[in-house]
Write a protein that binds this ligand. Structure first.
Ligand code: 9PG
Length: 663
């Protein structure tokens, strides 16, 4: 890895010279006196890096450059030496001007670009040069699934990846990794456009949403890292470790097993149902010791009134929490702390606590058909009174009522564009302040699960994070395929995709929550094969294991499923690797390593059966010496020929797991 500043521009190249960034410069957008400006300084060499050779309106940019293997770290600092505040739109420490070039192998036509989504539910995958990144069909759907301030351009070969990316050349195999080390206080992305054989656009940009930089002040811009990797997944995993350390991620040693009421009852829960499950969970004990039981959506009087239960929870939540605890489980509860409907007491009493849209009306955040016709609005988490209210809610739930697990949902609302009481906060800062207030109120011992959450601002605050869309008692459906583009939002298939494509964040940024595993055989359209595929993805990526079926009256086949799942989980703490991350969507291979076992999972996402030949020696040197491997789900022994296994047809949406002794 080499780098230099020459002719006012930045250059970076790999040892073999096949990955090159040539002639990049910074690009800063800001407002002054109500007018928009662009500042694209040329660079001059300094003792520890580079600085903008020019100043504009008193703005200076310094880039400290240092090697921290396997990355080059670029640490930008922006200073305002002018007499007035400068309102920052965005700072791109590196941006590709007309006369620059980015090479990852010979032709950009062979590139695959990893596009990380904005929040939990945003579909995340690699795209080929000819492909379009499709946003959900309508504005209504986009609000809850992508960042509406940064929609996809809809142009083939043009991608914008949140916080980090990998660019892989599929024919010559080079990989470039680029990412910001800090996503806590501002949203940031890497933008890549492929135009014919060339890279037409490349920019690593931090978005400041008009944040003022006062005169005489300077600020650190999130450091950017660049690196080359032999394998995109491993490169992204190295990035996740480095950035997780930088952001002081919370990574609990123990990965709890939970139960959640949502995916069987949905909003039709009541006290009786929760009680039945407490009893059933106790009876399950010899087989499975659940750590927590979590009450999901459906207990509250209104969205926003988290401390007021509805008529189905007559005896209140404190009592239910105490019953859960008396039975030996941690009690968990769902809430959507940053939204409220008009019919909530919160809204009636504090109509001024909400983010405002362009028309000075409360900022629309969501319309959820499950909650009837009422729209939800976004709370202003830069308002001190709102933060105080959040702390009261959390403090009551945790310290008075005894909940130890909080599933915090629809968190994106706090970061929606709009007018806030503190205009100096970025959207990411607004969200982070809301999260920090809740963490401060809860204390260190409460387990937070983030959901529907932009990723960066939650690092260091949540213990676990939903990394994909909701699972459902179906594989996919018309709605998920068409308006949601076979990518975003609710569908078991979509959840599995993100579980694979974001597996490298696990234990670096938080514990990954791949969403719940349903083991039931009725009240679901998931087939046996689809159940196994979901279980395979959750277990081999070491994700949070949360069951979501009514636990009383589990049938023998359902108990069998549970046993199989636990057998696969119990002895192993797998570390995952997705070798085809940049070649397929969704990736069909998943490697998992633990101390006692190695495993290779093979998924068939197609709608018809398919056979596969797998050369195990590519990933497992020990396969050379083996004559057969074991297949977990079908309980078969497969012969190996020169380390190659031929899998009998895998049914549609099915998966197989080959297990090997460790290397
Ligand atoms: C409870 C659920 C579960 C689930 C969460 C989240 O756009 N929407 O209308 C929409 C509805 C539900 C949803 C996501 C989006 O799911 O992921 O686990 O807690 O809320 O309502």
């Amino acid at each position: 890895m080499f780098y230099e500043v020459r002719n006012g521009r930045f250059f970076f190249w790999s040892e073999d010279d096949r990955v090159r960034l040539e002639g990049l410069r910074p690009n800063i957008r800001y407002q002054l006196g109500g007018n928009p400006y662009v500042f694209r300084p040329y660079l001059e060499r300094t003792s520890d890096g580079a600085r903008g050779a020019a100043e504009q309106h008193g703005l200076f940019l310094d880039l400290a450059l240092r090697e921290d293997k396997p990355f080059l770290v670029i640490e930008p600092r922006l200073t305002n030496r002018g007499p007035e505040p400068v309102y920052l739109e965005s700072v791109a420490p590196l941006w590709l001007p007309d006369f620059g070039e980015v090479f990852v192998g010979p032709s950009a036509q062979d590139w695959s670009v990893f596009r990380n989504g904005y929040q939990s539910w945003t579909g995340t995958r690699s795209f080929r040069a000819q492909e379009v990144d499709p946003d959900p069909f309508s504005t209504l759907l986009r609000i809850g699934l992508i960042d509406i301030a940064r929609p996809s351009s809809g142009v083939a070969g043009h991608f914008r990846s949140d916080l980090f990316t990998a660019i892989a050349n599929r024919s010559s195999q080079e990989v470039l990794i680029a990412g910001f080390l800090d996503g806590r206080f501002a949203f940031a992305d890497i933008e890549v456009a492929i135009v014919g054989e060339r890279c037409g656009r490349w920019a690593a940009t931090v978005h400041y949403d008009g944040k003022p930089l006062p005169p005489g002040k300077s600020m650190l811009v999130p450091p950017l890292v660049l690196g080359v990797a032999a394998n995109a997944y491993e490169g992204l995993a190295a990035y996740a470790r480095r950035s997780g350390q930088y952001m002081q991620a919370r990574v609990p040693e123990r990965n709890p097993i939970g139960w959640c009421s949502w995916y069987d009852y949905f909003t039709s829960i009541d006290e009786g149902a929760i009680r039945e499950n407490i009893d059933a969970a106790q009876r399950l004990r010899p087989l499975l010791s659940l750590d927590y039981l979590q009450i999901d959506d459906g207990y509250q009087a209104a969205i926003g009134d988290w401390l007021t239960p509805n008529a189905k929870f007559r005896h209140g939540l404190a009592r239910l929490a105490s019953e859960i605890r008396s039975a030996g489980f941690t009690a968990g509860i769902w809430l959507a702390p940053f939204i409220a409907t008009r019919d909530s007491r919160l809204f009636a009493e504090h109509p001024d606590w909400f983010v405002q849209d362009e028309d000075h009306r409360p900022r629309f955040a969501l319309w959820n058909p499950m909650w009837g016709s009422r729209p939800c609005y976004a709370l202003d988490t830069t308002n001190a009174e709102v933060l105080k209210w959040l702390q009261e809610v959390v403090s009551t739930l945790v310290h008075q009522w005894g909940f130890g697990v909080l599933k915090l949902d629809f968190l994106y609302a706090a970061a929606l564009p709009g007018k806030r009481s503190d205009p100096s906060a970025t959207r990411a800062e607004a969200l982070r302040r809301g999260l920090e207030a809740m963490r401060a109120a809860a204390g260190e011992d409460t387990f937070f699960i983030g959901c529907g959450c932009p990723l960066g601002p939650a690092v260091g605050i949540v213990d676990a994070m939903r990394v994909g869309p909701d699972v459902a008692p179906f594989w996919t459906n018309f709605f998920s395929r068409v308006p949601l583009r076979d990518l975003h939002g609710v569908a078991t298939k979509h959840a599995i995709r993100n579980t694979l494509t974001r597996a490298f964040l696990h234990r670096s940024w938080w514990l990954n929550d791949p969403d719940c595993l349903m083991i039931r055989t009725s009240r679901t359209r998931l087939t046996e094969e689809e159940f196994r595929t979901l279980a395979t993805a959750i277990l081999l990526t070491d994700g949070l294991l949360v069951l979501s079926d009514r636990l009383s009256g589990l049938t023998e086949p359902e108990m069998d499923r549970l046993r199989q799942v636990l057998e696969l989980r119990n002895e192993n703490r797998f570390r995952a690797m997705v070798p085809s991350l940049m070649d397929e969507d969704p990736p069909s291979l998943l490697l998992a390593y633990s101390e006692d076992q190695s495993a290779l999972a093979c998924f068939n996402f197609a709608d018809e059966p398919s056979t596969r030949r797998l050369d195990l020696q590519r990933w497992f040197p020990q396969a050379k010496k083996l004559f057969h491997v074991f297949e977990y789900w079908t309980n078969q022994v497969l012969e190996l020929e020169n380390g190659t296994a031929t899998l009998p047809a895998i049914p549609a949406h099915g998966s197989r797991i080959l297990t090997l002794p460790p290397d």
